[in-house]
Design a protein around this ligand. Structure first.
Ligand code: FAD
Ligand code: UQ1
Length: 415
């Protein structure tokens, strides 16, 4: 059994940002990072990849280039957590033991939970999803080849990462189809499992205006349960119907936001480390595990009750690292994560509503302007500036969100 002072599970946004901080102080050979993937993807770019603004290669970096040099990289998947023995088992059977464990293994995408979806994604060029590397490159050709008819965009009946992404691609497609003369031959539908367009009232009100202006029809409480590429039909469960009624729609274009869940490996831990829904059970303010004080969690795999985004990881990584240092020093963590998260709601090829909010769904805006307005500046921030902040600062452990800037820009008057 190899022993490490710190094991970091996952080399995604959260894992990298914490490992980068830890490697500086723990030194060579004391930190292991366990990550099976060949590439690290900047997933927030995938909306723009789907819209033909960026290429998928621009969102990719070889994993070796983003993981801190001073950590030992195990290119493996974790197959089991054993929190009582302080070990993790890798897929090759090797066990690693740790003093401290940080879990950042993301959220699991369950394509197989929608009947026929995998078949449709593999064989029907009009069905796409920006949520997966292997399918995000289908979206733009599908938009370009669309000649009118029914275009349907879905939102699943589960927690998802970046809850704005299912509608951003819809606004981009609308603009594309208007420019290319097919929009007047098109019915656009947003079929969402939710009862609202967005969870924060201020931005929901503005988005309803966007949908109205673009003549998109929203059907609330519709959950995609089956896709049949042979008949080009999509079946939705009516979530308000007690008798389990369904509705069938013909599609000529279908963008799916697939169902997601906590990773199975967390639920299969030898002793429970998750909450009832299967997400890692951590204190939402300190990110320390509720029953194992030497375990910490970051990002999409935790039950921190905020929108699951890279922006939230930015708000969390420094707080997690401080908690870890306090525990090592024998102190009680006193961090107070406020739930900061952000969703750049792209509403077209040059506009964006920059939603930023906290645990209470209260806006927590960085700039001293009304960010609920569609703005060109915010579009450029999202397209050109955020990737730089991500690769150069967040993954290197130098970005803990815009809080300092928010305070400065609001002359100290903001939370
Ligand atoms: P991830 O970055 O997904 O990393 C998880 C890592 O764990 C992966 O590298 C994976 O290979 C690894 N892993 C999984 N299982 C195991 C295992 N068993 N053992 C070891 N390693 C494992 N966020 C924003 O802030 N703004 C946006 O505009 C935005 N848009 C988005 C658009 C799309 C289409 C998508 C898909 C996401 C978007 N996001 C956005 C969300 C953002 O990408 C995620 O919230 C963020 O990457 C979460 O970081 P994480 O570290 O929790 O998980
Ligand atoms: C952010 O910090 C972040 O993480 C790097 C994102 O993920 C890509 C974001 O989308 C946003 C909006 C932020 C917040 C940063 C600023 C400057 C408002």
């Amino acid at each position: 059994v190899n022993h490490y002072k710190l094991v970091v599970a996952g080399g995604g946004t959260g894992g990298c940002s914490v490992a980068a901080r830890a490697c500086k102080t723990f030194g060579q050979g004391n930190v292991a990072i366990i990550e099976p993937a060949d590439y690290h993807y900047y997933q927030p770019m995938w909306t723009l990849v789907g819209a033909g603004v960026k290429t998928v290669d621009q969102s990719a970096m070889p994993m070796e280039r983003v993981l801190p040099k001073a950590c030992d990289h195990h290119k493996q998947k974790i197959s089991e957590f054993d929190p009582d023995k302080n070990t993790v088992t890798l897929e090759n059977g090797q066990k690693l033991s740790y003093d401290y464990l940080v879990v950042g293994i993301g959220i699991q995408i369950n394509l197989d939970k929608v009947e026929g979806l995998v078949d449709a994604l593999n064989n029907d060029p009009t069905v796409c999803t920006n949520y997966r590397r292997e399918y995000v490159t289908k979206t733009y050709p599908a938009i370009q080849n669309f000649k009118g008819g029914n275009a349907i965009f879905t939102f699943p009946n589960t927690p998802i990462k970046c809850a704005g992404a299912p509608q951003k691609i819809m606004y981009l497609a609308d603009e594309y189809w208007r420019k290319h003369g097919v929009r007047d031959k098109t019915t656009m539908l947003y079929n969402t499992s939710l009862g609202v367009i967005f969870g924060v009232k201020k931005y929901a009100e503005r988005l309803l205006k966007v949908v109205d202006r673009k003549d998109i029809k929203i059907n609330f409480k519709r959950n995609l349960i089956a896709v049949d590429p042979a008949t080009k039909s999509a079946t939705f469960q009516l979530l308000d119907s007690e008798s389990g009624e369904t509705e069938k729609y013909n599609y000529d274009f279908l963008h799916v936001a697939p169902p997601m869940s906590a990773p199975d490996v967390l639920k299969n831990s030898t002793s429970p480390i998750t909450d009832g829904a299967g997400f890692l059970d951590v204190n939402k303010e300190t990110l320390q595990h509720k029953t194992y004080p030497n375990i910490f969690g970051i990002g999409d795999c935790t039950n921190v009750p905020t929108a699951k985004t890279a922006a939230a990881v930015a708000g969390q990584n420094k707080i997690l690292y401080n908690s870890l240092q306090q525990v090592i020093a024998g102190q009680t963590p006193d961090g107070k994560y406020d739930g900061y998260t952000s969703c750049p709601l792209i509403t077209g090829y040059s506009t964006c509503i920059l939603a930023e909010f906290d645990f209470n769904g209260e806006p927590l805006e960085t700039f001293p302007v009304d960010q609920g307005k569609e703005r060109r500046t915010m579009y450029h921030m999202k397209k050109d500036i955020m990737p730089e902040i991500y690769w150069r600062m967040l993954l290197k452990g130098h970005w803990s969100g815009p809080k300092t800037y928010r305070k400065m820009l609001h002359l100290g008057m903001s939370k």
